[in-house]
Design a protein. Sequence first.
Length: 426
Amino acid sequence: MNEYDSDFLAQSLIQNGFFHESEVDRADVILINTCAVRAKPEQKACSFLGRMADLKRKNPELIVGMVGCLAQMKGKELMKRFPLLDFVMGPRELGRIVEIIRKIYDSRQKIVATGLNVAPPSPVKCPGYFQEQTSGFISIMEGCNNFCSYCIVPYVRGREYFRGPEDILREAEHLLSEGIREITLLGQNVNSYTWKDRNEWDFSSLLYSMDNLRDLLRLRFTTSHPKDLSDDLMACFSNMETLAGHIHLPFQAGSNRILKLMRRGYTREKYLELIKKLRDSKEDIAITSDVMVGFPGETEEDFLLTLDLINRVEFDSLFSFKYSDREGTPAERMKDKVSDAVKVSRLKILQDLQNSITFKKNRTLEGKLLTVLVEGTSKKGGQLTGRTSSNKVVNFNGEAHMIGSMVEVAIQKSFINSLKGKIIGS
């Protein structure tokens, strides 16, 4: 979502005479797009902002703005803490970026723009912006109505607001015309998508419409909430040609007691039932998830139930992290906080377990022929890289003209985070 928002900001400025500068010390405008879902990204954003102070002293005309969820959560506080900031702007106000920068140029006034009762801005179409890119994002909704006890998202991105399907499909057609071949639909909870015009739309009907788009090779979506995962949506994995065989389905904890404290709206039994239905729909579907350790009141028994769920499901991979208080959430006020030492210990045990599962699952792919969408050159250089339908990263030797196309790759060797292969055909 932050990457999508950053692209929106960049295109808005490019359309108004700016261009992207790779060297930060030569920029006229620096935007820091932030996340507030956990403590670590907040700390990193503030640390980066602190390093911008020298640039501001050398160039008083430099405009520095902080945007996104942290800006929404701590707008005025950030302005006081960092005098170098010219403005802060929340996610719902991004459509005002050009207006705000013009005001600062004209009057050098400082601006706090953190309204939540604003519809998300319409997408910007900047010809050529996505050239040489294979994958792109489309936001289909903004905000969340779930109010999980630990989560700051409803407070910084507001309540659910859905975009119309025709608007979404037009944006998809624009991305495809720019050369994008894989689209990921974004939302805090895509499963809750609904729209009513001449027809009544849910998320599965939106997916079927996307599946009919010419030039679309692969379709993904994130993130799904287990309590809203419908049978119709799960059936899409066996019925759609372009839909990738991968779902990200956060479970957060394996203990019903902790799930209730988290206000997640499902039980471990319900979650395991959904996993079975997904694998009945598509046997080889890849399932990834989010999980946290050290939620307030989490006992050793609760933690063992989380490990048990991981063993039962055998996720392809996990985003795992330590619980951290988010200001203003109900969990912040809960007692029986788990010590950081215990959280560190539990996180290592959990990650070691998941690494062993991921490596085991990846090893089963050795010798198999997989279809890979080529995304570009690998970070190590000298090779191409791409992803399978199941979202596995594959590196292999190939030619630059293959970027943006599907190739068949024989998997030769597996690692924790990637696979190595050899092209067989396209």
